[in-house]
Ligand binder design. Sequence first.
Ligand SMILES: [Zn+2]
Length: 350
Amino acid sequence: MTTVNQKQTMPPLVRTAVSVGAHFSGLSRLVAARYGGRGMIFALHSVVDDDAFYPDYTLRCSTDRLEWALGWLRDEGLDFVSLDEAVRRLGENDPRPFACFTLDDGYADNLTRALPVMERFGAPFAVFVTTGMVTREIDGWWFGLAALVRSYDRIELPASSLSFDCPDLPRKRLAFRTIEAMVHKDFSLLTQLREAIAKSRIDCRALVDREALSEAQLRRLARHPLVTIGGHTTTHRNLAEAPAPAVEWEMAENRRFLQEITGQPIDHFAYPFGHARACGEREARICREVGFRTAVTTRAGTLFAEHAHELHALPRLHLAGDDTPSTLRCKVDGVYRAIQSRFGDPVARM
Ligand SMILES: [Zn+2]
């Protein structure tokens, strides 16, 4: 059994970007001239009153932090716009800089916690809803993983001879982030993780039930003038590992489900996980054929006029619960994209 030294597995990109931002904000402004783009789409998940006690902090942002980030972005002179308006500005060469906000999966707190903050700023936002969150049928392994690290001081994945020490909150957070990152690199780890969750008698469905939007809440959210509901598949599986007919079903059935509940057209989509191992050109083509007008990834980057012709591969920036003026500065200026592309093409694509 190898005990994973979690500090060594911190994403080097994030570490580098954060230190660049913290120490060389002048350099960040220089990078912005090439990588800053016309606007950006921020990605969030759950918004909570206080994110200090959550081991799954990568998926949480506190209401205070969201409020601070919105104020910071507004002071930067960014207009807060809907995805439809962002597409219009990209297509019509409208030079006014903008920010869009998107929340993935379908957490009930998007209605109860995020909406009041967004209302104070008049900020439109999209909520990308997985059918399985509303029906409680989703394979929500990340809920189970959070419960696992919260409940135990040591997590073992014997088939991979891996173990993770997590006796206190900082190490629980590290363990969550490390295992989550390992799954995103190799989804076959999920078999072991599901086994560990089941063996610990953690009821993922009950955890989902506690946190997910109900049908009634989804309808309320959809009726709000600031809110756009978007698709996020039926089951939240890794689409890149699914056969083409299953990918089509994941998208089309989710779209049908959301249109039926909200009574509205569902034009926008977010790929589950969103990185290069979870979506590519095939998924973008199917998404277009199914009828979605745009789709967002989690490739880090800002938006350029070129994206008006690549509407099914729009990059996003993670708006994190631990963002600071330095990290937000780096994101807005395109520093993450500059580092990820090794100072190559500013336009993030599939
Ligand atoms: Zn998701």
